[in-house]
Design a protein around this ligand. Structure first.
Ligand code: IMP
Ligand code: MG
Length: 180
């Protein structure tokens, strides 16, 4: 597997994002809502770098099914989201690919009545977006490769890697043979 973004580069960029977000939301009631499961590691790191008080929540959304890199239909579970009345929401996800997940989630979260909804993504894949959608904060723009690590998975594997790696078709084939 090829390292795409190192642990050091992720940490450095995370600190910059946290400072930016911290100054934008200073003295505002902020709730960060992470999209399970891919955003867990990013959420845990960002929240500890954020220099302002804030709350944390999660929701569940999944579009990939098992051993495929093609998105299926989106399933959303809002049951874990805390009360957002009187709160500014920053929806946090691992990666913006086609844009379908985040644009749908923004609409769903707005229904819950927060003061505002903005978005932060660690990664944005270039040349893949099928929905017009601009994230408010973005860590890195990356080429159109399937990436794993730092929370992102292939078939629920590789989330634990502390860096981001590109998965090429050979890696996928190797993984398939291993889990058979
Ligand atoms: P979108 O709806 O196409 O923007 O897809 C976003 C979701 O797909 C992300 O939250 C990820 O869970 C997943 N995803 C998209 N690209 C990748 C990738 O390269 N590696 C791992 N997960 C991905
Ligand atoms: Mg996801």
């Amino acid at each position: 597997m090829q390292t795409l973004i190192s642990e050091t580069a992720i940490r450095q960029r995370g600190i910059e994002l946290a400072h930016q977000i911290g100054s934008d939301y200073r003295d505002q009631p902020l709730t960060i809502v992470g999209v399970l499961t891919g955003s867990l590691v990013f959420l845990a790191d960002l929240t500890r770098q954020l220099p302002i008080p804030h709350r944390i929540g999660v929701l569940q959304a999944s579009s990939y099914r098992g051993a495929t890199t093609v998105a299926g239909s989106l399933r959303v579970n809002l049951e874990l989201v805390p009360d957002l009345q009187g709160r500014h929401v920053l929806l946090l996800d691992d990666i913006l690919d086609t844009g379908q997940t985040l644009s749908s989630l923004v609409d769903e979260v707005k229904q819950l009545g927060p003061l505002s909804v903005r978005t932060v993504v660690l990664l944005r894949k270039l040349g893949r977006q099928s929905v017009a959608f601009e994230p408010d904060y973005c860590g890195f723009e990356i080429p159109d490769v399937f990436v794993v690590g730092y929370g992102l998975d292939y078939d629920d594997e590789f989330r634990h890697l502390p860096y981001l790696a590109g998965l090429d078709p050979e890696d996928i084939e190797q993984h398939r043979r291993r889990v058979k």
